[in-house]
Design a protein around this ligand. Structure first.
Ligand SMILES: C[C@@](CO)(OP(=O)(O)O)[C@H](O)COP(=O)(O)OP(=O)(O)OC[C@H]1O[C@@H](n2ccc(N)nc2=O)[C@H](O)[C@@H]1O
Ligand SMILES: Nc1ncnc2c1ncn2[C@@H]1O[C@H](COP(=O)(O)OP(=O)(O)O)[C@@H](O)[C@H]1O
Length: 283
């Protein structure tokens, strides 16, 4: 039996540059790992079957589970036919823009690489992860990175800015495909915000990082889900600092420079939102 942590991410920036002939969108995003995580348990299954179970009732427990898809992709890439029992202790909210499923998939790739002694490099695992989902390669690497292409091309951003993150998850489930599907060309960014965000991270300029955070999918999600728009307004009123959305949403976040400030905001938001989380950047 082996355990592997699966960390969530937030999008510090997310710019959509255009639509590709394969139906995906060309993106430019600065992704940051945060210390909100699922725990993945892996155990050999003599049956030869890949099985998954979880404490979360709202994720699939068949081949649609991204953890199962990852185990299958890894087996296929290595020409193996081994079984594994996967247990997901879920803490990351589902369909929330925090890459919970991708994080689980990445943890399965890292964990099976150890358990099956495959000796694959992080880059090789990331390439297999790209077959499972656009955000999986980033979740294999973790930390902070610039993600381009459909999100699978990564350049590490080695910064040591410390920041606290207060997350609020409005009570709706958002489909990533649907949000990308409703984007119109007027939402495409002429120049990606990562160009200014990355230098700000590297010089540890917290105020600039907070000011520069953008999300080119936010308008589409807000237009489709009025609950998210409402929550955004309420968080803004309570926080007195900028609010941003992660991924395709609906999770909203505020960045704070100190734990005491983050704790105060967490307490305030708990007054009107059921799902609030206090986290920090993980490098
Ligand atoms: C929006 C983002 C931002 O980090 O995150 P989440 O909200 O999912 O956390 C990602 O781009 C999501 O990545 P991920 O969730 O792995 O996407 P995938 O499974 O590969 O794709 C789901 C669907 O989203 C659309 N899609 C995804 C990525 C991309 N660059 N362009 C797209 O148009 C496609 O319609 C695709 O069928
Ligand atoms: N292991 C998993 N954890 C969470 N969601 C999963 C998993 N496997 C498949 N899914 C499905 O993936 C979709 C996206 O979920 P998730 O990865 O949590 O959100 P997001 O893509 O917004 O970051 C959901 O519809 C969910 O049912």
């Amino acid at each position: 039996m082996l355990a592997e942590r699966a960390y969530a991410k937030i999008n510090l920036t997310l710019d959509v540059l255009g639509r590709r002939p394969d139906g995906y969108h060309e993106v430019d995003m600065v992704l940051q790992t945060i210390d909100l995580s699922d725990l993945i348990w892996l155990e050999d299954a003599p049956s030869g079957v890949i099985e998954v179970s979880s404490n979360a009732a709202n994720i699939p427990t068949d081949a649609r589970n991204l953890a199962v898809a990852a185990a299958r992709a890894l087996s296929a890439a290595c020409g193996l036919a081994r079984g594994v029992r996967i247990r997901i202790d879920k803490q990351i909210p589902v369909a929330a823009g925090l890459a919970g499923g991708s994080a689980d998939a990445a943890a399965v790739l890292r964990g099976l690489n150890r358990m099956w002694q495959l000796g694959l490099s992080a880059d090789e695992l990331a390439a297999i992860g790209a077959q499972v989902g656009s955000d999986v390669p980033f979740c294999v690497l973790g930390g902070c990175a610039l993600a381009t292409g459909r999100g699978e091309q990564l350049r590490k951003v080695d910064h040591d800015l410390r920041a606290w993150v207060v997350l609020v998850r409005p009570p709706v489930f958002v489909s990533t495909a649907e949000v990308y599907g409703t984007l119109t060309p007027d939402r495409y960014a002429p120049a990606p915000a990562s160009r200014a965000m990355i230098p700000a991270l590297l010089r540890r300029d917290f105020d600039a990082v907070r000011r520069l955070s953008v999300n080119g999918l936010a308008a589409a999600t807000l237009a489709r889900y009025p609950e998210v728009r409402q929550m955004w307004q309420r968080v803004e009123q309570a926080a007195h600092v900028p609010v941003q959305m992660s991924g395709s949403g609906p999770t909203l976040y505020c960045l704070l420079p100190a734990r005491s400030m983050a704790q105060r905001l967490y307490n305030a938001l708990r007054g009107f939102a059921r799902e609030v989380y206090l986290c920090r950047f993980v490098s």
